[in-house]
Design a protein around this ligand. Structure first.
Ligand code: NAG
Ligand code: NAG
Ligand code: NAG
Ligand code: NAG
Ligand code: NAG
Ligand code: NAG
Length: 731
């Protein structure tokens, strides 16, 4: 699995699951279904017996099992040859067996932007007592326990329901857990000595990603944090009094399915309330998380960093929350001056000085990269600022994918800086490696202006001033980040994904003993985990489905009357495939009025259908009571059932407000719902009919229940009309 890894992080090697000789062993994950024994040890013993029947020796069986799952469901991960795996698959008890795949890692003012005021004595943060007592489990690369963000000063005792442990290891004694980091476990059973290079064999975070994520979800208030003076202020997590349970299943070498499942199984046993999983594309989308949700745990995933390409969203299981990334109302404008020119040009950077920078440099114009590699001529770039002007590769990708190489090559060539023309400004963190060398992103207008000036005067020189920090309404935000993966889910188009968007661009949070910027849906995910923790603290009786419903149905679609935009080429108004219900609005999520609740048992038909090898399982999905409706192929009139539970005032009347997509007629029956004491659930039918027969693209709309007052319970709709069954992919 990928930790959603972006520019600042080293690329992870993806383990090859390619053809290997049948005698070589690799890690397989076997799923046996619901646990048979209440006693976990009996479950483990039954795994040993089962494997003994194939391997012949009990000792060999016990040695082969790397991870054992016994709290949420029954299963194990074992080192097996292909033929042993096949034999195992033939046993009637085994419901599925798959090679355990290695994924890659993906990548504070955001809390204020979310309206989570720290000091004001009202609002969700205050009412939820800053998340006190709620336990957020973070499955990631571990944690740096000495970071000021994880101080337990002033925190009460460890919640009594906690049953986890603080597993000691390399440079991580069990004394390093405290009342903030209440537990830590790590999973290295599947790693080779090479995988462990540069690593700590413990929950200590050699990478930075896990520490960043954990401090974003639940870091305490830390004053005087900045990146060399930029973005200065207090650092804090969304739920600063929530407790952290750390599960290091990701290493610099990647995140392995088998280890992630073990972490989830332990989290179920340990008593976490919310699981924050900033990992891309688990192959076992279905297994990951359902058992945790069955145990009342809210599971939050990153949506992926493959945007703005459509059909790239991952983690599309219906029981989890899949989080898209958005920008903040914060920018780092960087003014630079061309000699003998009165106009100042502006880009964005993290260039922090020297403050009185008066260095003027010549400019070397280069395309900087072709399709595959960086091409900066060292002789020509030496002593100059490299202007990277190359519209083509920028059309489809965010800069970071070649940024590291551009910076490295430019530095090696002795360049004095980089001005890079781009369409995507939502990810500056790759420039942190520039240090005191100015590296500036500019749009193509500015770059063209420089090119023309350069044409008139080949001796042109330029001076870059340090970046400023701008915060507030002047910055149009939020916008969906360019890199944020988009729907529909290629695997499960019947579930509208992603579910919601949260801040994920240029997020400053803890890394080792300091604070760094990272960008990615990995950073958006813990914002939602933190909000889920606050909601759980305030409403301990809310199920994971109610928490998700509250977050999705109250999310916003505009800011100051402007529709929320989605970055990409071209920039456009965001739709549900960019951000699901919209941009998260925590203070509205406290009191959604109605909720789309789901009994976890209702997921079983879909889960079983998928496990049985059916690809779409649409009929098992349609009436799952999700806070969204997606119909990937609307031909005949189609009726979808939903039930809402009143979690507001007992007496309430809600009226349906429908925004139908053009060409689709939507009727809601009944269109008025009356709730009273003793009648807090109401079901309704939504019927979709195409009025214009056409082989269509996806169309979007919404259905809201409005009580005439503050409650406007809105779910997104995505419908694709089709004429024939031979439909094609047109997003
Ligand atoms: C924050 O930094 C400023 C200036 O460096 C200093 O005066 C102040 O005492 C610091 N505050 C804290 C709480 O450390
Ligand atoms: C600005 O223009 C003047 C006259 O054209 C020239 O002498 C001077 O060198 C220029 N300054 C820079 C920094 O290029
Ligand atoms: C700058 O570089 C681009 C691509 O390398 C080239 O097409 C263009 O002609 C150059 N412009 C100038 C003014 O040198
Ligand atoms: C870049 O890719 C395009 C399309 O794949 C190809 O036509 C072109 O030749 C490639 N250019 C280079 C320099 O490799
Ligand atoms: C770099 O530019 C110099 C000067 O124009 C030229 O002699 C050299 O061949 C170029 N190097 C490469 C690798 O293109
Ligand atoms: C797939 O689903 C259909 C209908 O739900 C069912 O009849 C069929 O048996 C399923 N196929 C498998 C392989 O489970």
């Amino acid at each position: 699995m990928a930790i959603l890894l972006l520019a600042t992080l080293l690329p992870m090697e993806t383990s090859s699951v390619v053809a290997q000789q049948s005698t070589s062993k690799k890690l397989y994950v076997a799923y046996l279904g619901e646990k048979q024994h209440e006693d976990p040890e009996k479950t483990t013993a039954s795994h040993h017996d089962m494997l003994t029947s194939i391997l012949g020796s009990k000792e060999e069986a016990i040695d082969s099992i790397i991870y054992s799952y016994k709290h949420g469901f029954s299963g194990f991960a074992a080192m097996l040859t292909e033929s042993q795996a096949q034999q195992l698959a033939e046993l009637p008890e085994v419901r599925s067996i798959k090679p355990s795949i290695v994924h890659q890692l993906h990548t504070t003012h955001s809390q204020d932007f979310l309206g989570l005021d720290y000091i004001k004595p009202t609002g969700l943060l205050h009412d939820a007592k800053y998340g006190d007592g709620v336990i957020i489990g973070v499955i990631d690369t571990g944690i740096w326990p000495e970071s000021a963000s994880f101080s337990d000063d002033g925190l009460g005792p460890v919640p009594s329901k906690w049953k986890g442990t603080c597993q000691a290891g390399q440079e991580f004694g069990s004394n390093l857990c405290n009342r903030k980091i209440i537990g830590a476990r790590w999973y290295d059973g599947h790693l080779t000595p090479k995988d462990l290079e540069g690593e700590y064999r413990s929950a200590r975070d050699a990478h930075g990603h896990g520490t960043h994520v954990a401090s974003t979800a639940a870091g305490v208030l830390v004053p005087n944090v900045s990146f060399h003076g930029l973005a200065a202020g207090y650092a804090r997590g969304v739920a600063p009094r929530a407790r952290l349970a750390v599960y290091k299943a990701c290493w610099i070498s990647g995140c392995n399915d088998g280890a992630i499942l073990q972490a989830i199984d332990h989290a179920i046993h340990d008593g976490v309330d919310v699981l924050s999983i900033s990992i891309a594309g688990p192959s076992e989308e279905v297994l990951n998380g359902l058992h945790a949700v069955n145990h009342g745990i809210t599971v939050v995933f990153a949506a992926g960093n493959e945007g703005p390409t459509p059909r790239t969203v991952t983690n599309a299981s219906p029981w989890s929350i899949s989080v898209a990334s958005a920008t903040l109302d914060r920018a780092f404008p960087t003014v630079f001056t061309l000699a003998n020119s009165t106009s100042n040009l502006v880009g964005q950077s993290l260039f922090y000085g020297p403050k009185d920078n008066d260095n003027w440099y010549g400019i070397y114009n280069s395309s900087c990269f072709d399709n595959t590699s960086v091409t900066i001529n060292g002789t020509l770039a030496s002593g100059k600022i490299v202007l990277c002007y190359n519209p083509k590769p920028m059309m489809t990708k965010s800069p970071p994918f070649y940024l590291l190489d551009v910076v490295k090559t430019a530095k090696e060539a002795g360049a004095k800086g980089i001005i890079l023309a781009t369409y995507a400004f939502d990810m500056l963190d790759g420039f942190q490696i520039c240090g005191t060398m100015p590296c500036v992103l500019v749009d193509f207008d500015v770059a063209t202006h420089i090119l023309y000036a350069l044409k008139r005067n080949t001796e042109l020189v330029v001076k870059v001033n340090p970046a400023l920090t701008w915060i507030g309404n002047g910055v149009l935000a939020p916008k969906i980040s360019t890199f944020s993966s988009r729907g529909p889910s290629p695997l499960f188009p019947q579930f509208l994904k992603p579910d919601v968007a949260a801040p994920g661009s240029n997020i400053l949070a803890a890394v080792k003993d300091s604070y760094m910027f990272m960008s990615g849906t990995s950073m958006a995910c813990p914002h939602v985990s933190g909000v889920a923790a606050l909601l759980k603290a305030l409403h301990p009786d809310w199920s994971p489905a109610i928490i998700k419903s509250a977050i999705v149905t109250t999310a916003s679609n505009d800011q100051f009357g402007f529709p929320i935009l989605a970055d990409g080429l071209p920039q456009k108004t965001a739709d549900p495939f960019d951000y699901g219900g919209g941009f998260i609005d925590p203070n509205r999520a406290v009191d959604p009025g109605l909720a789309y609740d789901v009994d976890p048992k209702d997921y079983t038909p879909f889960h079983d259908c998928f496990l049985a090898g059916n690809s779409s399982c649409e009929s098992e999905s349609r009436n799952l009571n999700l806070p969204s409706i997606a119909i990937p192929n609307l031909k005949e009139p189609t009726t979808v059932l939903r039930t809402v539970t009143n979690i507001g005032q007992a007496d309430a009347v809600y009226k349906a407000v429908v925004q139908s997509p053009l060409g689709v007629q939507i009727s809601v029956e009944p269109s008025v719902l009356k709730f009273s004491e003793g009648k807090n659930k109401q079901s309704f039918k939504v019927t979709f009919t195409t009025t214009h027969k056409v082989q269509g693209s996806y169309l979007f709309g919404s259905l809201a229940w409005h009580d005439g007052g503050a409650h406007y319970v809105k779910i997104p709709l995505a419908v694709r009309p089709v004429l024939s069954n031979i439909y094609y992919s047109d997003v």
